[in-house]
Design a protein around this ligand. Structure first.
Ligand SMILES: Cc1cc2nc3c(=O)[nH]c(=O)nc-3n(C[C@H](O)[C@H](O)[C@H](O)COP(=O)(O)O)c2cc1C
Length: 177
């Protein structure tokens, strides 16, 4: 599939139809995340994937109410996390830039976009979710304190074909000199 198709046609999918995803497909998707650039190649994103019905039910229970219905029937839900105090930091643990810990989520976002585009390329829709009960999510997978839980990503067969939400005009977001 053309990269352009994935960039322009991918949409956030908020309704899925039941479909079983294989573990190999999960690996393929996570490998695409691994290919993302990262601060000094620090590769700080980590992934916890709910693939069984039991694990998915637990993660869905941890989602914000309005996301619970949206993630129903997802084939898997990926919890993305990041090793803290590494991306954007000097080796002595001090922030190396004015963004402080901002590059941690930056690296996670790059990897997450790769994941969504790869999923699209494999015929899956995706939904990034930022609202959930962090303590519950940590408990499900036993996520240690040295990781910050970041976005959750539902992936599955789309049961709808949404229009693209309006984008701002280029002149609103761009300066060229
Ligand atoms: C960090 C982040 C958090 C998001 N959280 C949610 C969410 O909790 N629930 C939801 O339905 N969509 C969520 N979205 C999806 C956005 O609403 C969506 O990307 C945006 O409306 C543009 O639509 P598109 O992805 O179809 O282009 C999130 C997106 C990002 C990047």
């Amino acid at each position: 599939m053309e990269l352009n198709n994935a960039i322009y046609q991918r949409r956030s999918i908020r309704q899925y139809k039941a479909h079983t995803m294989t573990e190999n497909e999960v690996l393929e998707i996570i490998k695409a995340g691994q290919m993302a650039p990262s601060w000094k190649n620090s590769q700080t994103p980590r992934y916890f994937v709910a693939l069984s019905e039991e694990a998915k039910a637990k993660v869905i229970d941890a989602l914000a109410d309005f996301n619970k219905e949206r993630a129903q029937n997802a084939s898997c839900i990926i919890v993305t996390a990041i090793k803290t105090k590494r991306s954007g930091y000097d080796t002595d643990g001090t922030p190396a830039t004015h963004l402080g810990h901002g590059f941690e989520c930056f690296d996670n976002g790059l990897a997450t976009q790769n994941i969504c585009l790869k999923a699209y390329d494999m015929g899956y829709g995706s939904l990034i979710m930022g609202l959930y009960d962090e303590k519950k999510v940590r408990a499900i997978f036993g996520i240690e304190d040295d990781l910050a839980v970041c976005a959750l990503v539902a992936i599955g067969k789309a049961d709808i074909c949404p229009d693209m939400p309006r984008r701002r005009a280029l002149e609103d977001i761009l300066v060229i000199k």
